[in-house]
Design a protein around this ligand. Structure first.
Ligand SMILES: NC(=O)c1ccc[n+]([C@@H]2O[C@H](COP(=O)([O-])OP(=O)(O)OC[C@H]3O[C@@H](n4cnc5c(N)ncnc54)[C@H](OP(=O)(O)O)[C@@H]3O)[C@@H](O)[C@H]2O)c1
Length: 358
């Protein structure tokens, strides 16, 4: 059975789950780990992520990682850099990432061009995906679109109670939680985020054989009126405790594609917030398709799970997708950017026997 050498790039919440999953995967071998923090450098990456030693010592050196012989890099930093992605691809390593560029062809033509060029030089593939964007935002709606004929609207809603998300960067920089509305509106990452949510909209439109003629974006914030304790510190009164984002694409075929996120801290009753909105669930996702077939697909965690377990499992779905995609992305012929529209079905791998695809 063919096996693949994997490097883990960054060991935050998603990266940690990736490492734990790579070492369990029967077809993958962990051969390197790039970290940023001084306290992680020089340690066995197994100890960093709370498992048995792996024999792989984490390094801060980009040069050392680039020089390693490996099939694939699971690239999970925050922030991400297109130059780093390209250097890895050019060095002959496929790259799989939860960061953009999910379907970059229209929103990020410059990044598309340099990534495609790097893939051609290194004879490698690039795949960006995860849970959302990745699964909820485009993969599952596209799968269910196969049950439909005319589609008027597709709405993907994420309800994320983030109180226990331990990534300071994602919580405060990407989600603007704990920031003032003025800061959020000036946040330099705002445009990048808008593009990141328009990319899955473009992928759905492309999958439906049409294209987007108009994009819209709606952002609403609700502020905390009392301090709210979270895994990354206190969200102070007067700062953002709930973010409601809607990114919308209207296609030439008349279909409205809506990516909606409700990210919040505290609980769904919103007692500590200055005003309340209708938050349909504590966590999880709804995909709603309206047309000649009407579907509501709810994806959630069992109610017996605690909120911190739900957050952890939600982030693991992203990591596990990346890890499970390794063999397929590495084996895909014709170097370049690979989306769900190019790749075969990505399944789990329990290692019970040789895969029929090997
Ligand atoms: N598509 C999806 O569904 C999805 C879901 C969740 C997250 N994401 C994306 O996945 C990425 C990782 O998320 P996460 O939750 O794991 O975040 P995180 O816990 O904050 O991890 C990010 C890691 O980046 C590294 N880092 C620190 N300083 C850095 C710098 N200056 N430049 C680059 N990297 C630096 C650190 O690695 P070390 O700790 O090893 O030093 C840090 O742990 C983010 O970009 C996030 O947007 C996507």
């Amino acid at each position: 059975m063919k096996t693949y050498k994997v490097i883990q790039w960054a060991t935050g919440v998603v990266g940690t789950s990736c490492v734990q999953s790579v070492v369990r995967h029967p077809r993958l071998e962990l051969v390197g780990a790039k970290v940023y923090s001084d306290d992680k450098a020089g340690r066995d990456v197994g100890a960093i992520v709370g498992i048995e030693d792996t024999g792989v010592i984490a390094t801060q050196s980009v040069e050392e990682v680039m020089a390693l012989e490996a099939d694939c890099v699971l690239y999970c930093p925050l922030p991400w850099k297109v130059e780093e992605i390209c250097a890895l691809l050019e060095s002959g390593k496929h790259v799989i990432t939860p960061c953009p560029y999910y379907f970059p062809f229209l929103q990020n033509p410059e990044a598309t061009a340099v990534i495609q060029e790097a893939c051609a030089k290194g004879n490698t593939n690039f795949h960006a995906s995860g849970c959302n964007p990745g699964g909820i935002a485009e993969r599952f709606p596209l799968v269910f679109s196969g049950w439909c004929n005319r589609i008027d609207r597709i709405t993907m809603t994420e309800c994320g109670e983030c109180t226990y998300y331990t990534s300071e960067g994602v919580m405060r920089k990407l989600m603007n939680l704990g920031k003032t509305p003025e800061h959020a509106l000036r946040n330099p990452i705002k445009m990048a985020l808008q593009k990141a949510w328009n990319e899955p909209i473009d992928m759905i439109a492309d999958g439906l054989g049409t294209s987007v003629r108009r994009y819209e974006a709606e952002h609403d914030f609700i502020l905390a009126k009392e301090p709210i304790e979270t895994a990354v510190g206190v969200i102070e009164p007067g700062t953002i405790a709930l973010n409601h984002y809607r990114h919308i694409g209207i296609t030439d075929a008349g279909t409205e594609i809506v990516q909606e996120q409700i990210w919040f801290v505290g609980d769904r009753k919103q007692e500590k917030l200055e005003r309340k909105m209708d938050v349909p669930r504590q966590s999880g996702w709804r995909i709603k398709i309206e047309g000649d077939v009407n579907l509501e697909i709810d994806v959630d965690f069992p109610s017996e799970l605690s909120q911190d377990q739900r957050v952890a499992q939600g982030l693991s779905t992203t990591a596990f997708h990346l890890v499970n995609a390794v063999p397929l992305v590495c084996d895909e012929p014709d170097p370049g950017i690979k989306t769900y529209l190019d790749l075969p079905m990505i399944t789990g791998c329990m290692g019970s026997g040789p895969s029929v695809r090997s």
